[in-house]
Design a protein around this ligand. Structure first.
Ligand SMILES: [Zn+2]
Length: 341
């Protein structure tokens, strides 16, 4: 292919860039992204077989492959979580938030073989344990914490969550100062999750939730920097999905869903888990209604491809990245598999 002078210069620059970072290539998503973008324009001519974009997408074992660079369909029914041995981290402000807002999604990924870890920054001992305080006149904070911890541990075990950790930072108000964010950085660098679920970052109705979401973003941003922890490889931004805001104030908190998961197959088990949080008996009705409402919305977006009764909604932080639009190229196959034609 004959290249113009400008293209030749760009190609040389790209090749130089690639060469300079060849030692980093397996660890740096940025490098891969630049390579893909340049090669997709044809500026650098034919590429070795194993680094063409198509090869990356079709070969998950390829060390250059990154989950976010795969051209996911925007509608992918019939496509269960497939990548085994991956890690999901759920960061929850209070003892029950992780289960109520993302319990169905967690169950689906646990069932798919993912390793799920939950961090509960507080027990919700002051602000989200009303029924326990009411029914145990004369109790104290330590007793409430013990109750909430026991409930959360029972729910986690019931759901198959591998690990749940309690930070006991104190709720209402939760304070996530620099040292606590630094601790979160270390934990994320150690765990290296592929996906993080946490609170939406705009929640004036419940600042504990907002502070948690923002602390996670702060920590993850730092984890992507070489030098965040000396002599430690950075952990590039994992896929972060924000879950439901404080019920029932999604509109007030500007929570606009861009991702739905059909949780119909695990909904009953999720509700059984939510019932284990006896200090918040109202959660069962709240999140049954929520799942139905999100199911109605998701069902409408499915345009008849699937009958959805219960769903969980998320807002993604990391945008889709790739060389083509995430169009529903496999849509017809999924329709046939689901029997909706
Ligand atoms: Zn909460």
């Amino acid at each position: 292919m004959e290249l113009s002078p400008v293209c030749t210069e760009a190609a040389q620059a790209a090749e130089s860039y690639t060469s300079f970072y060849q030692q980093e290539i397996q660890r740096s998503c940025v490098t891969v992204k630049v390579m893909l973008n340049v090669s997709s324009t044809g500026l650098v001519g034919p590429q070795p077989e194993d680094i063409r974009p198509e090869a990356l997408w079709k070969t998950p074992k390829n060390p250059l492959w990154q989950p976010w660079s795969r051209p996911e369909s925007v509608i992918c029914f019939g496509k269960e979580p497939q990548d085994m041995s991956k890690k999901m981290l759920v960061v929850s402000a209070h003892g029950a938030d992780w289960c109520t807002r993302a319990g169905g999604t967690i169950l689906k990924y646990v069932n798919a073989g993912w390793e799920v870890t939950v961090y509960a920054l507080t027990f919700g001992e002051h602000g989200e344990s009303g029924a326990y305080w009411k029914d145990h006149w004369g109790t104290n904070v330590e007793e409430v914490k013990h109750c909430r911890k026991t409930e959360a541990q029972a729910a986690a075990a019931f759901m198959g969550v591998k690990r749940i950790e309690f930070f006991d930072y104190g709720d209402y108000p939760l304070d996530m100062g620099t040292s606590r964010v630094q601790d979160l950085i270390c934990r994320i660098m150690d765990l290296r999750p592929d996906v993080i679920l946490t609170h939406w970052i705009d929640d004036p109705f419940n600042m504990d939730h907002e502070i948690t979401g923002k602390a996670v973003v702060r920590a993850v941003s730092a984890c992507g920097m070489r030098g965040a922890i000396p002599d430690t490889d950075p952990h590039f931004i994992p896929d972060i999905f924000f879950f439901e805001t404080t019920m029932p104030h999604s509109e007030f908190n500007h929570f606009e869903i861009d991702t739905y998961l059909d949780i119909g197959d695990v909904f009953e088990k999720k509700i059984q888990a939510v019932k284990l949080f006896a200090a918040q008996p109202q959660l069962v009705e709240y999140y049954t209604r929520c799942a139905k409402n999100r199911g109605v919305q998701a069902n409408d977006w499915s345009r008849g491809r699937r009958s959805i009764q219960y769903a969980e909604g998320f807002k993604r932080y990391v945008p889709y990245l790739g060389d083509c639009l995430p169009v529903s190229s496999l849509e017809e196959r999924f329709i046939k598999e689901d029997g909706y034609v």
